[in-house]
Design a protein around this ligand. Structure first.
Ligand code: 5AD
Ligand code: FES
Length: 379
């Protein structure tokens, strides 16, 4: 390979990489994609070069392969998760996020246990068999509170999966939540590259700790999801190659990715949005690297393009996570500007999604949508 991938840089929001002379030819790119399919592994330099070579011909090649792999693994089934965004208070101050603690303009809310149970009731009626409890890192919801909430949902909905997405906690807390009945945990690592992590977060947050949380979650027996933003300020192809390497080591059951979208009341207000084409390309490469992954077509992807979710599915995604939160609070969970589906009732969103998914030849299935390894995991 002629390119020295270690010195490649990335222009944020620009899906054309660095100077042409350093890029792979399409033929070399296809060869690397074939190898990724056969070996499920490329070196970091190879992956960086492949990511940097992002062009429509390689995207098409990766997409077709990824979709064939996805269909072999999951057929035409798309899993749905009901997302309950129960608090937008957050003690953290990540530079990219609209609900960071120093955004005094954020209109803060917390859902009560009764509110959350009402969301589950509505969700069950609409065919959801997974509830995702997502929130900022909000100390108001103590360990005991969360345990109690999980027990309640577990008792009332024994056939539904419970996913938590409530940030970094002690190993002991994760263990208690698991014992109480939580099945899955989402904790995006945001970026696996130390220097880039520091550019996106204040000093009190550490990548090492975040990765340790993910290892703990895996070890405890959660179906675990990590993930990263695409096109966040300062991100390079090298950084993204590190994300792929970390994912190969961790072997998560789920990976959530979406474009970085600036929020006007954050330090990154003036930064460029991440490229949708790059997100789609990376979805395909993730599917090829790890065929059994649960890969959502995210709300952020739907926000940057009117057919973002459909394109995500066509690129290899097999999960969608519509919102079940009460419409009154939806627009307050504003991580980035312009978030879609904040005005629609859950039922409207559900039928709209169904049409969208069917328009690309897939169907929503009413089941828990576990990862294929779930039955083998420790309980
Ligand atoms: N643009 C895109 N995604 C964002 N997230 C947070 N802020 C933004 C933003 N400005 C993502 C993070 C987080 C997830 C819940 O939302 O990856 O983990
Ligand atoms: Fe939510 Fe269409 S998917 S309104």
């Amino acid at each position: 390979m002629k390119a020295d991938a270690d010195s490649m840089t990335w222009k944020t929001g620009d899906n054309i990489g660095v100077s042409e002379c350093m890029r792979l030819t399409v033929k070399e790119g296809k060869w690397l994609i074939d190898r990724l399919e056969q070996e499920h592994e490329l070196s970091k330099a190879e992956m960086a070069a492949l990511i940097d070579a992002n062009c429509s011909e390689l995207r098409d090649y990766a997409r077709i392969k990824a979709r064939a792999i996805g269909d072999r693994q999951y057929g035409k089934n798309i899993y749905i998760r009901g997302l309950i965004e129960f608090t937008n208070y957050c003690k953290n101050d990540c530079y990219y996020c609209g609900i960071r603690c120093s955004n005094t303009k954020a209109d803060r809310y917390r859902l009560s246990k009764e509110d959350i149970m009402a969301c589950c009731r509505e969700g069950k009626k609409l065919g959801f068999r997974t509830f995702v409890l997502q929130g900022g890192e909000d100390p108001y919801y103590t360990e005991d509170y969360i345990v109690d909430l999980i027990r309640q949902i577990r008792t009332d909905y024994p056939d539904c999966a419970i996913t938590l997405s409530i940030g970094e906690r002690e190993r002991e807390s994760y263990e208690r939540f698991r014992k109480a009945g939580a099945d899955r945990y989402l904790l995006r690592h945001e970026t696996a590259a130390e220097s880039h992590y520091q550019k996106l977060h204040p000093q009190n947050l550490s990548l090492r700790h975040r990765k340790q949380c993910l290892w703990n979650l895996k070890d405890i027996g959660y179906q675990t999801g990590c993930g990263f933003m695409v096109g966040s300020p300062g991100q390079t192809a090298d950084h993204l190659a590190e994300d792929f390497q970390f994912i190969r080591e961790l072997q998560p059951e789920m990976v959530g990715i979406g474009p970085f979208i600036p929020h006007s009341d954050t330090p990154f207000a003036g930064e460029m949005q991440g490229s949708m084409e790059l997100v789609l390309y990376l979805l395909s490469l993730l599917r090829i690297q790890q065929p059994d992954l649960l890969l959502p077509a995210t709300t952020a992807l739907a926000t940057v393009h009117p057919r973002g979710r459909e394109l995500g599915i066509e690129a290899g995604a097999n999960v969608v996570m519509p919102n079940l939160s009460p419409v009154g609070v939806r627009d307050k969970y504003a991580l980035y500007d312009g978030k879609v589906c904040t005005g629609e009732e859950a039922a409207e969103c559900r039928s709209c999604l169904e049409r969208r998914i069917e328009s690309v030849g897939y169907r929503i299935v009413v089941n828990r949508g576990d990862h294929c390894s779930a039955k083998l995991m420790k309980s």
